[in-house]
Design a binder for this molecule. Structure first.
Ligand code: ZN
Length: 79
């Protein structure tokens, strides 16, 4: 009886770990990267036609960090 109970607790923990993991990984790697145009001080998100422009060399991992760096969101891609 006791053995079964312990195994259940371990299994429950494993399930919790497995369930918790993809979200934390997604939060890390899924964090979008924004490109900031160092000349116009406008930042773009992935998929914008200006995202890979030659002057878009500033990298931001969050929208907030781009704003704090003095960049404004692009009016086309609206990051
Ligand atoms: Zn844009």
């Amino acid at each position: 009886m006791e053995k079964t109970l312990k195994a259940d607790v371990v299994a429950a923990w494993l399930v919790l770990l497995i369930l918790a993991m993809p979200t934390s990984i997604a939060a890390e790697s899924g964090a979008s990267v924004f490109h900031g145009n160092t000349t116009s001080k406008v930042f773009h998100r992935v998929g914008c036609r200006h995202y890979n422009c030659s002057k878009c060399t500033a990298l931001f991992h969050t929208r907030q960090s781009a704003l704090e760096a003095g960049y404004r969101p692009c009016k086309i891609c609206k990051p």
